[in-house]
Write a protein that binds this ligand. Structure first.
Ligand code: SF4
Ligand code: F3S
Ligand code: FES
Length: 248
């Protein structure tokens, strides 16, 4: 069944822009990205949108649809009423390059700041033995497709550019938690999380978890346990004493 949908799409670059209205054909089974492609093909050939897999796996097509972060390729048109105006805007937390394409390099800078997996020196590759429960724990975090919708929606940086240098966002705090929980990682992730990547800014609003297309329980399984690990260290009298002695 075919019908005409009303779309409002953000157009602009260089810090300026406006919403533009379109009426566009929709066919059964289509997703929002199909409609954006139809707009490119029929009415707005220079409309910029980033996408790659069209299968919910590359994380490229993140936009905001009616104000909510969504993957354009996984948002079925059937979730909207036929007479509903569908507004598509770029992710708000990152600077717009053009139209729906944002500059997400903030996220790559944060990723680079996290020291990689650091195994003990005396354990050789091939000698690692992990319990199934440890494998499963990190498996959940490794489902991340780096769509950056969690970082986009977190209020700590969404309207506060000034917090960006001090806050890695849920995606990378989750990465730090993943490494801290790894039985063979010996790097100090707790001070890193708290002092350099702003774990303390997170007040557990869970907006990140709500938008994750991979349904990763970012807050419950990564951020809250990481906060507990930081607190355990801080209030463990032996650890406290050790930190005083070795800091001298
Ligand atoms: Fe996207 Fe989820 Fe990964 Fe965040 S944790 S970047 S929302 S897949
Ligand atoms: Fe932000 Fe998620 Fe914490 S949205 S405040 S990182 S629970
Ligand atoms: Fe790859 Fe949408 S195009 S996740």
């Amino acid at each position: 069944m075919t019908y005409k949908a009303k779309f409002r799409v953000w157009r602009g670059e260089g810090g300026e822009g406006r919403l533009e209205d379109f009426t566009v054909e929709v066919n059964e089974g289509e997703v929002v990205l199909d409609i954006i492609h139809r707009l490119q093909a029929t009415q707005a050939p220079d409309l910029a949108v980033r996408w790659n897999c069209k299968a919910g796996k590359c994380g490229s097509c993140s936009v905001e649809i009616n104000g909510k972060p969504r993957l354009g390729c996984m948002t079925r048109m059937s979730t909207f009423a036929e007479d509903e105006v569908i507004t598509v805007t770029p992710m708000r937390t990152f600077p717009v390059i053009k139209d729906l394409v944002t500059d997400v390099s903030f996220n790559y800078e944060k990723a680079l700041q996290i020291p990689s997996f650091t195994p003990p020196k005396d354990v050789k590759p091939g000698e690692y033995r992990m319990k199934q429960i440890d494998v499963e724990r990190s498996q959940e975090f490794r489902k991340c497709i780096e769509c950056f919708m969690c970082n986009n929606v977190c209020h700590v940086i969404r309207d506060h550019d000034e917090n960006k240098p001090k806050f890695a966002g849920p995606r990378f705090l989750m990465r730090i938690a993943e490494l801290d929980m790894h039985p063979y990682d010996v790097a100090d992730r707790k001070d890193l999380a708290q002092e350099e990547h702003g774990l303390g800014y997170c007040n557990i609003t869970k907006c990140c978890t709500e938008v994750c297309p991979e349904h990763i329980k970012i807050t419950d399984n990564a951020l809250i346990p990481m906060k507990e690990r930081v607190v355990d260290r801080k209030y463990d009298p032996l650890v406290w004493l050790g930190s005083k002695i070795f800091k001298r």
